[in-house]
Design a protein around this ligand. Sequence first.
Ligand code: WQD
Length: 331
Amino acid sequence: MAVLVTGGTGFIGSHTVVELLNADEDVIVIDNFFNSKPGVINAVQDITGKGFGFYEGDAADKELLRKIFRENFIEEVIHFAGYKAVGESCEKPIMYYRNNIDTALAVLEVMEEFGCRRFVFSSSATVYGIPEKVPVTEEFPLSSINPYGSTKLMIENMCRELCRADERWSIALLRYFNPIGAHESGKIGEDPNGIPNNLMPIILKVASGKSPNLSVFGNDYPTPDGTCIRDYIHVVDLAKGHLAAIDSVRNKKGAVPYNLGTGKGYSVLEIINAFEKVNGVKVPYVIAGRRAGDAAKCYSDPSKANKELKWKAEKGIEQMCRDAWNFVKNR
Ligand code: WQD
């Protein structure tokens, strides 16, 4: 019996595979290395001392998925594979719809063909659009403010309608807030191909001297220091949330959303200061204009996940900053 992890060599995928292996789960990974590197496979095996099945390819390839299901007894699927750059999605919406929707549909269709109906979906807090207030609960209205977010919302809707049509399905919709950090070993971390979009990878480039400074997108928001507030969560805590979700889909039917966040918000300047303090490095920055689509404040109320998944984020912002920098120093 195995858990199939699509996109399992990516940032969150690889950390989730580590936690699954540590919990003695059998794991099969499919990945096309679009946003990851083959070296992650050995790194995960080094960290855990365990092996796992690996198939290189596109999770939208139904013939490859059928091969995986024929060759392994897959009981659950955790679906990470998909494009995830908000900015890029605004420039190339059709590419995002084609890739993210096709991939999710292919995975669900082949799961159905093999009678596998336990699905953990990598959703995102972006399905809340620009929340009217904080903290955000799962009952908040859903909307999309960019094509990336639209694909996440569409796939969530597909899952809800699938469960209404066939009550045998068990689906956990995990809405991530802002994952940062890296495994304490420094062997895996956030290592995106191409130009990073998110705050922490850019801080890491500036701290490494690869970029002259960080542009802080606006300091005139209605927040204590004028910069945007987000719910940063350690990627290892997030990975453990997927382990809890696997337990949940083994016992509960229907499509259930969960906020995976810390419930705490930190501003951009607070992140910069924490990073500098913990790591003893400077992160030069300039104040730039606001970025379109940014919410002043977005952080979670994670109490539903705490209660129903018996999961709670444990690592603080200092640990997130330390582990993120440790990964870069280790490369
Ligand atoms: C965080 C804060 C920026 C870069 C996105 C996706 C979301 C999820 C996480 C996938 C914001 C500020 C950033 C920079 C800056 N991804 N910033 N200068 O936008 O909260 O969420 O990533 O699920 O779906 O929407 O994350 O890291 O881009 O920005 O000032 O160079 O850092 O304005 O306030 P975001 P982010």
